[in-house]
Structures are given as structure tokens and as C-alpha cells.
Design a protein around this ligand. Sequence first.
Ligand code: CP
Length: 332
Amino acid sequence: KRHLISAADLSVEDAILILDTAEEMSQVASRPIKKLPTLRGRTVVNLFFEDSTRTRTSFELAAKRLSADVINFSAKGSSVSKGESLKDTALTLQAMGADAVVIRHSASGAPHRLAHSGWIHGSVLNAGDGTHEHPTQALLDAFTMRRRLAGAPDGGPVPHGEAGDGTGRDLAGRRVAIVGDVLHSRVVRSNVHLLTTLGAEVTLVAPPTLLPIGVESWPCRVSYDLDEVLPKSDAVMMLRVQRERMNAAFFPTEREYSRRYGLNAERVARLPEHAIVMHPGPMNRGMEITAEVADSARSTIVEQVTNGVSVRMAALYLLLGGADLAASDSGR
Ligand code: CP
């Protein structure tokens, strides 16, 4: 594959290859010199039309750890603010020899357009487009679950490297609750695709006003009752309430939302002992998750960020056709 646009495009084999490669990449972080020479001479452009903290910095770090040259481009402060189009921006970057473009855009479909327009000759990686998808977020979430839940009780995934159900789907049988603002979330869409590909069972928990039309056809369950779902979950992933994208009709009060859908210590006590608490960030502390829970030992939120670097290294490495890992490492 040349691009990473949607988690729906990933087969089980693709997903496992990225996750296994990310495991190898994570070893680089524990070395005194945290670099591989594998993408030396290649150029990665971070093209961000929307704000980001985690995704942008981790893609930058991932590319630098693979020795690529990195150009960070934010729409703010660029000629986009003078009205330059996506096409002309892309052609400009192509003229400078971009081998890969990592794009975040408020318009769903912008990465697809970039990949299939001919404006860019290299690989396109979707870093979040509108309410569509955020595939590397889902990959880092799956990576985190695979690590943290491996060998856990209750029929969960088998230890890393063994086939859970005979198909290699490492998260086979794991139950994942994804809670909150499903309507506006690209993270949830990528996670539903990837987790079901990996054999997990996903339950969405949200108020009816924050569920999209057509959710019944998604390959997951839907519930309105968080307290009923928690005891049957191996992982609970809280979604950010995207207040900037909604009006009062969607969202009556913060207090009411927190009371029904917020994760607090009392609710965490309903989870099985091995279950983990996740959040892609950024968080609204005190709304969808209390500070106490976000900072607790059950929380993988900081670990997810760390894992994001390894997963993005793996994605860049595989898409840009890096040499064999062992060979590329031997020159160090
Ligand atoms: N999770 C995530 O995409 O965070 P950023 O918006 O900070 O990149």
C-alpha cells in the first residue's frame, strides 16, 4: 500500500504488520541514540490545516527518528491565509520533493483527494480529516490495548505474537466500550473499523443526540447505559466532547452529560480489575472524565501518546519502503 487514508482499508495482515513493526520501533526509544538511518534523504511534510498537539509532534518525532528531513507546515501563518488552495499548496510542496505528506484537515475526504489527485507523487497519511477518520490514532489505541491487555484474564487476547482465534486477530474477543461524542468523532470511526478487523467487540455508548444517522449499520453495538456496559468491558475509551462543533440542541448541560456519561472513580470501580481507561486527548477534564480517573494507574492516556510515536514510525517506515529493519540498523 502507498497511502494510509482509512482504517477500513487495512486487512488483518496489514494491521498486524503495522503493530508488529511498531513494537520493533518502540525499541529505538530505549536506546541512547534514538535514531534509525532508514529514511535518510527522504522528506516528510506535516501539512496541518487544523490544530494538533499529539499527532503533529509525534509524526515529526517519528520522521526524525527515522532520519527523514521534516517540513512542518501549518495553515496558520502560511499562504493558505491569503486564500491559496489545497491544490496549489500541494503542488508547491511537491515541487520541493515531498516523499510523504501527513495531512490534517477539517474537510472529510481531503487526504483522499490529495492521494488521488496527482498533485502529490509520494505517500499520503491521514492525520485526521473532519469527522471521517484518524487511522494512526486507532492504530496506537490498538497497540496500547494489545500491550496492556495481553495475557489478561476473562478470555482476552492471547499474549503478543500468538493467534487469538486462529486468524492472528490479537484482540479477538476483547470488549471495548467507546463513550461520548460519537457524532463528531473521527477517532471512533477509525477505531470501529480497526478493532473489529482485529476481532474485538465494540460497544458505543452515547446520548441519542450524539450518535450519527446510520450508526445501526456500523459493525458494533450501541447502548445508552454506561453503567450497564462497564462491567463487561476490557477497555473503556472516552471521547472528547467537541463543544465547538455543537449547539444546545445536542448538548443540554455539562453537569447532566457528566452525570450520565462521564467517567468517575465510582464508575471505574464497576470495571473488571484488568480493564484499562483510554482517551485520545485532548481531554475535557471534569466533563467526560474526572482528573482523578485520567491520572490513575488504570489510565493509559500518557502511554497512548508514547505509543503514537512508535506507530507513526512504523507507518512511515512501511509506506516509504524502508530497508529491512535489521539491515537499516547495522550502519549505526
Ligand atoms: N488525539 C489527537 O489527535 O490529538 P491532537 O489533536 O492533539 O493531535
